[in-house]
Design a binder for this molecule. Sequence first.
Ligand code: ATP
Length: 231
Amino acid sequence: MDVVQLVGVKKAHVDPAGGRCAVLDVERWVLGAGEQAALLGHSGSGKTTLLHVIAGLTLPDEGSVRVADCELTGLDEPARDRFRAGAIGYVYQTLNLLDGFSSLENVLLGMTFGGRPPDERRARDLLDRVGLGHRLHHRPEALSVGERQRVAVARALLARPTVMLADEPTAHLDPVNQRQVIDLIRSACREESVALLLVTHAPDVAEAFERVESIESFNRAAKGIPAKEVA
Ligand SMILES: Nc1ncnc2c1ncn2[C@@H]1O[C@H](COP(=O)(O)OP(=O)(O)OP(=O)(O)O)[C@@H](O)[C@H]1O
């Protein structure tokens, strides 16, 4: 069963001169239930835009985006926000942790938009599992970059999502920490049967995945790839 299915998805951004710039042109792309895929691609090839479209953070100009059997293009923004809070775990490139709040509060805040009561026991358990049981009450500024990254992973898992989207979650880590955070994301997703799409620039991070693909192979709008060369 596919938990993400994009069909005929097109998305253009408006450039500073007011012109439209095609960023996504995807005939069909799917992610299976519990599948783990690494996504590579050059800077500006549309990786973050693709994740935003799958998460319903932005709508495509054309096409269908189905996630966990829900057609996101048919939902208004508040409905997409509610859907995302329940079905999608997102680890942002910039982590998006709130400065004034502890690790535990940051994890719990992830559920605020879902309309369900925050599950503090699960939040503590997840923080424990990512090795931060002793950092529950530290604020982001008192955590290392790797620890912040792990808080973001725990927050993304709290609502028991169907899909985890991770946008370069290890960009600022040394190779040892990078490996630890990736292993942690992968094992947590496997244990909870969460499908994973992870964007990375690091070929050695991608190598560990059974499915590795470059966005240029399926996005006809990626620069340098003429549409006719894409099957
Ligand atoms: N809100 C926006 N308005 C206008 N153009 C945008 C917007 N967001 C992204 N773009 C453009 O769309 C293209 C794809 O951006 P995107 O962030 O998806 O690329 P990426 O593959 O994730 O890049 P990177 O690897 O550098 O993070 C880029 O050329 C970018 O300048």
